[in-house]
Design a protein around this ligand. Structure first.
Ligand SMILES: *Cc1c(COP(=O)(O)O)cnc(C)c1O
Length: 358
């Protein structure tokens, strides 16, 4: 079975409101200007001043001694796992985590690590669940080396780990002699929604990263942070995997622009997500999960329409949402969608449910 990306359908009308993902934002004119003005050098040699500035900013923002620029969030996760784990080691993470479901089996394929998937509501798990999953340290059992959390949890509904739970789980991991990793693809959404500094959320993490291609609106790039020793080892893997770059300051400049301009405004995305959720909740047959950040998950079972059918009907009217299950859909707000767009998208989806044949 070969994974086939969805082919663009030429018969579809132009996209009006793209709620498919916050990854589909386009760099703004001002962001592109910042990219064009960036001072550049050879990143691989540590000579790109813009990348270095971004790494300094990110280390400070996430409260870690060192940082590294990488092309993608997936590479941040996989390099972290490669540094933390040896072949045969076990990672404890939520069963719906991105590293489990969306990275092509990377932990097994690259680090030779296995993931033990933990259960819990909204993509999070309790300290008691972690305790119950701990193995006796004996020759027969895999060595449990890493606990990984996602902030926000994507499949969990864009949910935010409360600081107290996060601290409890991560400190338990440390008490048990394990390392801790945070997939912070949407960490700034969590920080803005909870009003808690990202550095507080990352305090007990040995590795943590932020994606600039989600709500931050940059075209490319993520930043991995940790101790000097961790980043030193991570550089070996960056080099080995071909993630060492050249004039990457071109992209780092977009990330710096995003740090200056696109963090506080995440609150608008969250407000738009709440409005979208309450609008969709008024559509008979749709069951909507209350959003905590910019992701709105809803269930179409009671409408009689599958997620795919409903998404197709909406797309025919220029509104794009993604399907994440037979009857589960996801709509994602971001900086290219405003309140008027949310109103229009809600109306289009309501109309599709009301008269699917039209
Ligand atoms: C998008 C995402 C990733 C992967 O990031 P890429 O930059 O697309 O490689 C990892 N984890 C979570 C939770 C994500 O949402």
């Amino acid at each position: 079975m070969v994974y086939a990306p969805v082919q663009p359908d030429q018969s579809l009308p132009p996209m009006r409101i793209n709620l498919f993902s916050d990854t589909q934002t386009r760099p703004s004119a001002a962001m592109k200007d910042a990219m064009m003005r960036a001072e550049l050098g050879d990143e691989q040699n540590g000579d790109d001043p813009t990348v270095n500035a971004l790494c300094d900013r990110m280390a400070a923002l996430l409260g870690k001694p060192a940082a590294m620029f990488l092309p993608s969030g997936t590479m941040c996760n996989q390099i972290s796992i490669l540094v933390h784990c040896r072949p045969g080691d076990e990672i404890l993470a939520h069963q719906d985590a991105h590293i489990v479901a969306n990275e092509g089996g990377g932990p097994g394929a690259l680090a030779g690590a296995v993931v033990l998937g933990l259960q819990g509501a909204r993509g999070m798990f309790e300290a008691a669940t972690l305790t119950a999953a701990l193995r006796e340290k004996r020759r027969h059992a895999p060595t449990q080396t890493l606990v990984a959390v996602e902030q926000t949890s994507n499949a969990g509904g864009g949910s935010v780990w409360p600081l107290a739970l996060l601290t409890e789980v991560l400190c338990l991991a440390h008490d048990e002699g394990m390392q801790t990793h945070m997939d912070g693809a949407r960490l700034m959404n969590a920080a803005v929604a909870a009003g808690v500094p990202a550095s507080e959320m990352a305090r007990h993490c040995d590795s943590v990263w932020l994606d600039f291609t989600k709500g931050m609106g940059a075209p490319l790039g993520a930043t991995l942070c940790g101790s000097e020793a961790f980043i030193d080892q991570a550089w070996r893997w960056k080099q080995r995997l071909g993630g060492s770059l050249r004039q990457a300051g071109l992209c780092a400049a977009a990330c710096l622009y995003a740090l200056d301009h696109n963090i506080d405004r995440l609150a608008e995305d969250h407000a738009n997500a709440r409005d979208l959720a309450s609008g969709l909740a008024r559509v008979p047959g749709l069951a909507v999960e209350q959003p905590e950040t910019n992701l709105v998950f809803f269930d179409s079972s009671a409408t009689g329409l599958t997620a795919e059918t409903l998404a197709r009907l909406a797309r025919r009217q220029g509104v794009s949402v993604s399907t994440v299950g037979a009857y589960r859909l996801r709509a994602c707000t971001h900086l290219d969608v405003d309140a008027a767009g949310v109103t229009l998208a809600t109306a289009v989806i309501a109309q599709a449910v009301r008269s699917p044949k039209a």
